[in-house]
Design a protein around this ligand. Structure first.
Ligand code: G4P
Length: 290
């Protein structure tokens, strides 16, 4: 379910998660490993305070393993953070997050109290899938809106661990605009303000720069034409996205490229490296929504 995040939604999400956070011992922030910066929420650091946090580089089956490793190291530079690559096929590793998290709790914590775990993240990164794996049951999705107070239940995973059964849903980064493009390409933002052609051109340009072979292989292009538009036209030719008189149908081919990326048909492709976190981080005033 898509949602436009307005300052009111953001404040609501912050308030709701802030309230629950008091009882939480461990935060699991789920990120999309293809876009770990764009899919992270700038507020998590403030919301969690000193509490330990595991950042899950999720959907790692779709990301470039070398880039995922670079991100793992980068994310762990933040105090109290451990980062773990994961995908939905790795049930054992997912369950292992809880024992890993337990080792991150402060030593002076009252060990008689079960560890309370909350999963947070922007829409569509795989929070519900992870909660289902951790809890061993299928939870009903409430939609991608801030909904922490709505019948929040605690599931006893074992006598030492409690999991909040609805994720803390946070807003995606839309600033700078490249983050919006990357999120739209990965499907985190579905009904997008970008038109397909704009998005496909962005996608082709990133792929041409970062993974030209993936682009050539997927569309059986012996070589890549010079410009992004020309590449789209070549793909249109390859895939029969042609209009009258054999002219490339740019809308059709753009939809095709965007859908194929969203469906994960480009394997091992990551759209951003850790340095974007330094280059693109907005100033605190740009981020403030209070
Ligand atoms: P959310 O709660 O954060 O909004 O995300 P959710 O778990 O609903 O997952 C969003 C989509 O991502 C789902 O696909 C889900 O199957 C897929 N997904 C979750 N984890 C992984 C992963 O590790 N790897 C890959 N490749 N995909 C993952 P969907 O098409 O929206 O639904 P469906 O496939 O479940 O029908």
């Amino acid at each position: 379910m898509a949602i436009h995040w307005f300052p009111g939604h953001m404040n609501k999400a912050k308030r709701e998660i802030g309230k629950v956070m008091r009882e939480v011992d461990l935060i699991i922030e789920v990120l999309d490993a293809r876009v770990p910066y764009s899919s992270s929420n700038p507020e998590v650091r403030r919301l969690r305070g000193d509490k330990p946090c595991i950042k899950v580089l999720n959907k790692s089956d779709l990301a470039d393993p070398a880039a995922t490793e670079a991100w793992r190291v980068h994310l762990q530079a933040e105090h109290g953070v451990r980062a773990v690559p994961l995908h939905r096929g790795q049930v054992k590793q997912a369950k292992g997050l809880l024992s890993f998290g337990r080792r991150l709790l402060p030593r002076d914590r009252n060990a008689d109290r079960p560890m309370a775990v909350m999963v947070v993240g922007i829409p569509n990164v795989g929070k519900s899938t992870l909660i289902n794996i951790l809890s061993g049951r299928t939870i009903a999705k409430t939609g991608n809106v801030p909904a922490v107070t709505r019948r929040q239940q605690r599931i006893a995973i074992d006598k030492n661990t409690i999991l909040l059964d609805t994720p803390g849903i946070l807003w995606p980064r839309l600033n700078p605009p490249e983050c919006g493009f990357r999120l739209a390409l990965t499907g985190a933002i579905k009904d997008t303000q970008f038109d397909y052609q704009e998005l496909a051109i962005y996608g082709v340009s990133v792929l041409r720069e970062r993974y030209p072979e993936a682009l050539m292989k997927r569309y059986k292009l012996p070589e890549l034409p010079d410009g992004d538009l020309e590449i789209l036209e070549a793909i249109a030719g390859r895939r029969g996205c042609l209009g009258r008189g054999g002219i490339p149908d740019l809308h059709k081919v753009s939809e095709l490229v965007v859908h194929e990326y969203r469906q994960g048909l480009f394997r091992e492709v990551t759209l951003e490296d850790p340095h974007v976190a330094d280059e693109e981080e907005p100033s605190p005033t740009e981020e403030s929504h209070d």
